[in-house]
Design a protein around this ligand. Structure first.
Ligand SMILES: *[C@@H]1O[C@H](CO)[C@@H](O)[C@H](O)[C@H]1NC(C)=O
Ligand SMILES: *[C@@H]1O[C@H](CO)[C@@H](O)[C@H](O)[C@H]1NC(C)=O
Ligand SMILES: *[C@@H]1O[C@H](CO)[C@@H](O)[C@H](O)[C@H]1NC(C)=O
Ligand SMILES: *[C@@H]1O[C@H](CO)[C@@H](O)[C@H](O)[C@H]1NC(C)=O
Ligand SMILES: *[C@@H]1O[C@H](CO)[C@@H](O)[C@H](O)[C@H]1NC(C)=O
Ligand SMILES: *[C@@H]1O[C@H](CO)[C@@H](O)[C@H](O)[C@H]1NC(C)=O
Ligand SMILES: *[C@@H]1O[C@H](CO)[C@@H](O)[C@H](O)[C@H]1NC(C)=O
Ligand SMILES: *[C@@H]1O[C@H](CO)[C@@H](O)[C@H](O)[C@H]1NC(C)=O
Ligand SMILES: *[C@@H]1O[C@H](CO)[C@@H](O)[C@H](O)[C@H]1NC(C)=O
Length: 706
């Protein structure tokens, strides 16, 4: 008995151990789905990967507000990194362990010490020590590029390594050997999860260093997600209940937003493709309503949805309208709208809510309204953000010098949900739905390599059941045909017989018809297909400047060495480039290369798919209106060619220039900026007001922003 018990205990212990071990080492199991509402799977495709719901962390981080993070597992040691999703970046960024080594204030002894700052670690979403990863494949230092338009800069220490979604125990898929930029000294406080599918171009010489596929592309090629697409909202803390962020890859969660019928088409510049036009901007307070914040003359405002930044970057005229409406004051030192206690009390009392009316850029189409309550603007910035010395309330509004800087950052995504289909070059913006306890409803967006959008007219979904159905349909068709022929014959005879009577009646009927307002002459086509499409692709012209100069380092040896960070528009339009490449093989059941993926995208965007031609000419003679991504499922629309692929790799976008080395940036990690000017002071054109003094040293180059 005792023995038995002992054995049982041992058995139980073993079982427990085994269970916990297997839980710890649980690997991701790819799930496929056959439920693809709105899409008809292509022949030979029986199922597609299910969308990935990336579980949000429980915490909020950031020095420019508090933003919900998502966890990654990085390197062979599976270091956790809490990061923000970036709609503009295509790379994974994590904070390098070196970023927290340096000079810092030890509050327990009130002394400045040099070493590893433990507090920094948590604040920056945990750190990645590249030397601890056996799979780290170093590439070196490259400019971060993303965020450069906002004056955010710095170098990343780049390499290839494994990046998995989720924390150990709740693992999502892992991509091995993918591009990682580790942040040491940069304007970015936390890392990010780049959601853009464009490849990283490490060198201008594409032959020796081919473009490296993005994280999203690798997930898709590995068969982890049904398409290059995502749905995202940032999450908020200020509602009665906490709403964590929601990030779905390869689909979206329709429970998180209020549906609308407005759809947007990418602008052709792949640095700025998620662009919306600002049709209106109003505010209501407790005492006033419909305050116009869009002054006359600012009627061509286009805004990039870019979660790389926290704030709303708006034209000066709009910022001034905000200042006037809410009594905000601009702080020349930090370039922030700092909010003191008095103003904060006033704003709380006024409780302004700001409504953005958005539409496809450069059109007069339908608009979608996104309203942000004051709570969404009630943010706190902390040292070392923009040189602040202490935690300060601020209103997340920034003055954008020109349209390359106008953007809607994370602040906006607190109240908005964005859904992007990179492959079909479309996106939607919705007002978030704050109904508590709504069950999640994840819907797939399915790639054109797996499925075609189901048309409302032909229920092709039913035709897969086999020959019998085909025969049945054929029989029905023949029966209908014969019946119609007989009916027509009889009708004709009858017509002949009563021709005289008909002629007399016809005049009377015509008169009656004209009298009825509901019965006017109508065109033969359905009213739906006659409607003007809600979406209208119009080129947003790239900035006038083709060459961006970026000066790094003011060491003597570096002086005068000005590096070309980007040369725009020097390559031929992509459709020409792609024209030389043979059409890809049937993709089902096989992984696509980056090039092939681009081709697939191209053919879907430009409608050059040879397979699709025949179908296109018959069913898509006229572009049908497309309202939302859901509606794409109903109208197999192809976008007109804009000649530019959204995945166009451009000249050294990611900083093709190897920096001289880490030595240039051996600064104390984040005290360095206390009294310094931020890098955007140095990079922006020198205005008399902002002219940096000539005594600025390179130590002042890096402030920290997120
Ligand atoms: C999931 O779907 C993809 C695409 O159809 C297919 O290649 C893969 O084999 C499927 N996986 C499973 C486990 O069914
Ligand atoms: C990174 O890990 C290596 C090996 O464990 C260690 O020697 C090094 O000190 C670590 N780096 C930092 C900055 O802690
Ligand atoms: C550190 O300084 C603060 C205020 O400056 C003081 O309240 C605190 O007692 C000091 N701590 C130590 C350990 O000296
Ligand atoms: C990792 O990826 C890079 C870039 O795509 C490639 O050049 C390299 O060969 C890959 N390494 C391994 C081990 O697959
Ligand atoms: C979207 O359009 C459909 C059909 O035109 C209509 O039934 C529906 O009410 C519209 N939805 C919204 C939110 O406007
Ligand atoms: C603002 O107030 C006006 C008038 O009361 C109302 O029509 C409008 O819907 C309000 N807007 C918001 C965003 O609440
Ligand atoms: C900020 O700069 C502007 C423009 O130079 C100037 O008019 C204003 O007085 C400055 N404000 C403060 C608080 O220094
Ligand atoms: C922070 O403190 C330094 C030194 O005391 C000062 O020069 C700087 O202006 C302060 N920064 C801000 C934003 O007040
Ligand atoms: C837009 O403003 C930024 C920042 O001031 C500047 O660097 C850039 O050159 C400007 N671009 C154009 C086209 O004026």
């Amino acid at each position: 008995m005792l023995l038995y018990r002992g054995g049982r205990c041992a058995y139980t212990t073993t079982l427990l151990l085994w269970t916990s071990l297997s839980l710890c080492s649980a690997t991701y199991v790819q799930k496929n789905t056959t439920t693809t509402p709105g899409y008809t799977l292509l022949p030979g495709v029986s199922s597609v990967p299910a969308p990935i719901i990336v579980a949000p962390d429980q915490g909020f981080l950031g020095i420019d507000g508090a933003w919900n993070t998502f966890s990654l597992r990085v390197g062979s040691q599976q270091s956790i990194a809490n990061v923000f999703p970036s709609t503009a970046s295509q790379q994974i960024w994590v904070v390098n362990r070196d970023a927290c080594v340096g000079q810092y204030e030890d509050t327990s002894i009130n002394k400045t010490v040099i070493g590893f700052d433990q507090k920094c670690k948590g604040s920056r979403g945990y750190l990645f020590n590249t030397t601890e990863s056996s799979t780290w494949d170093e590439q070196g230092f490259y400019g971060l590029w993303v965020g450069g338009t906002y004056g955010l800069s710095g170098n990343g220490y780049y390499g290839y390594d494994a990046v998995g979604l989720g924390i150990p125990g709740e693992e999502g898929p892992t991509v091995d050997n993918t591009t990682i930029g580790t942040l040491k000294n940069s304007n970015f406080w936390l890392g990010q999860l780049g959601l853009h599918p464009k490849p990283t171009n490490f060198s201008a010489d594409l032959l020796s260093t081919p473009p490296v596929p993005s994280y999203m592309t690798r997930l898709f090629e590995q068969g982890n997600i049904p398409s290059l697409s995502f749905g995202y909202t940032a999450g908020v803390q200020y509602h009665d209940t906490l709403f964590l962020g929601s990030l779905t890859l390869g689909g979206y969660d329709s429970s998180r937003y209020i549906s609308n019928n407005v759809s947007f088409v990418f602008s052709p510049d792949n640095e700025r493709d998620l662009v919306v036009g600002l049709a209106g901007l109003t505010a209501n307070t407790t005492t006033r309503s419909d305050i116009n914040l869009l002054p006359a003359g600012t009627d061509d405002v286009t805004l990039l949805i870019d979660t790389t930044v926290a704030e709303l970057w708006l034209p000066l005229a709009i910022c001034e309208a905000f200042e006037k409406a809410f009594g905000l004051t601009y702080d020349n030192t930090t370039k922030l709208y700092l909010v003191d206690d008095l103003l904060h009390q006033t704003l709380l009392a006024q409780d302004p809510s700001v409504t953005f009316s958005l539409r496809q850029a450069h059109t007069t189409d339908q608009t979608v309204q996104i309203t942000l309550p004051y709570a969404a603007f009630d943010l706190e910035a902390q040292h070392p953000y923009r040189g602040l010395n202490e935690t300060t309330r601020y209103f997340p509004l920034r003055r954008g010098d020109n349209k390359t800087q106008w953007a809607l950052g994370k602040t906006f995504l607190q109240e908005a949900y964005i859904k992007v289909d990179w492959e079909r070059s479309r996106f939607n913006v919705y007002q978030c739905d704050w109904t508590y306890g709504k069950p999640t409803n994840v819907v797939s967006i399915v790639s054109p390599i797996y499925a075609e959008v189901a048309t409302a007219i032909t229920k092709t979904g039913e035709s897969h059941t086999g020959v019998i159905v085909g025969i049945a349909v054929g029989c029905v068709f023949i029966v209908i045909f014969i019946a119609t022929a007989i009916a027509a014959y009889l009708w004709r005879r009858r017509c002949n017989a009563i021709a005289a009577k008909y002629a007399a009646d016809a005049a009377e009927a015509e008169a009656a018809r004209k009298a009825s307002p509901t019965d006017r002459d109508e065109p033969l086509s359905s009213p739906v297909s006659e409607k003007v499409p809600n979406v209208f692709p119009k080129a947003e012209l790239p900035g006038q400047s083709n060459v961006h100069w970026h000066e790094m380092g003011t060491d003597d040896k570096e002086k005068g060495s000005i590096e070309v960070m980007e040369v725009d528009n020097t390559e031929r339009p992509v459709y020409e480039m792609l024209g030389d490449i043979p059409a890809p093989q049937e993709a089902a059941g096989r992984q696509l290369s980056e090039k092939e993926t681009m081709l697939v995208r191209e053919k879907n965007i430009n409608g050059v798919d040879t397979n699709a031609r025949t179908q296109a000419t018959s069913t898509i003679a006229r572009p049908a209106p497309v309202a939302s991504l859901d509606d794409i499922a109903m109208v197999n629309t192809r976008l007109p060619s804009n000649g530019v692929s959204p995945v166009t790799p451009r000249a050294p976008r990611n900083g093709a220039h190897l920096e001289a080395g880490d030595t240039l940036f051996q600064l104390p990690p984040y005290r360095a900026q206390r009294d310094g000017r931020s890098v955007d002071d140095l990079l922006s054109p020198i205005s008399p007001l902002d002219a940096p003094s000539s005594t600025d040293s390179s130590r002042r180059r890096f402030s920290y922003e997120s």
